[in-house]
Design a protein around this ligand. Structure first.
Ligand SMILES: Cc1cc2nc3c(=O)[nH]c(=O)nc-3n(C[C@H](O)[C@H](O)[C@H](O)COP(=O)(O)OP(=O)(O)OC[C@H]3O[C@@H](n4cnc5c(N)ncnc54)[C@H](O)[C@@H]3O)c2cc1C
Length: 128
């Protein structure tokens, strides 16, 4: 159940473990109640737990967001993109003299990186 069973979803936007812990705890209690009712604690009867998880949001969400952990290991998320945001802000708000439009600054700052950035965006949209 819960974290001990690895039931945690970090989509990059939300970190969800409490709802998973509660729902999987409830499923475990239901499975024990079911086994007690039958007087049978065999592997087959206790697999009712897995059945309950499969028919709730828990395993469905684990499947939906299965790409998120790999996406979140992309180090560019913690270096390139925050640095880019800071550089753009610096150019637009701090540097003296004539200013360029945001789009032109963006084109200049992302020179040689755009293909990689488009792939990052696609991977992000597919994992979150
Ligand atoms: C920084 C951070 C932010 C988070 N934010 C969110 C959020 O916003 N929303 C969300 O849904 N989830 C969030 N989570 C995840 C969420 O906290 C966990 O997924 C959730 O608490 C898991 O519940 P659990 O009961 O499985 O485990 P736990 O809450 O870890 O409970 C396990 C308990 O067992 C105790 N224990 C361990 N070993 C023993 C032992 N041998 N004997 C007796 N007791 C023992 C521990 O002390 C602990 O109290 C966050 C987690 C972190 C770290």
């Amino acid at each position: 159940m819960g974290d001990a069973a690895g039931l945690l979803v970090n989509s990059g936007i939300t970190l969800r473990g409490m709802d998973m812990a509660i729902a999987s705890g409830m499923a475990a209690a239901e499975a024990v109640k079911y086994a007690m009712g039958k007087g049978d604690f065999s592997k087959k009867t206790l697999s009712h737990y897995e059945y309950l998880l499969k028919n709730d949001f828990v395993l469905a969400d684990m499947r939906t967001f299965k790409r998120s952990p790999a996406f979140l290991q992309n180090t560019r998320l913690y270096s390139l993109y925050p640095e880019l945001a800071c550089k753009l802000f610096h150019r637009l708000a701090v540097v003296k003299g004539p200013k360029k439009r945001l789009f032109d600054e963006l084109l200049e700052e992302t020179k040689g990186k755009r293909v990689q950035m488009v792939w990052d965006l696609i991977r992000g949209l597919r994992s979150m």
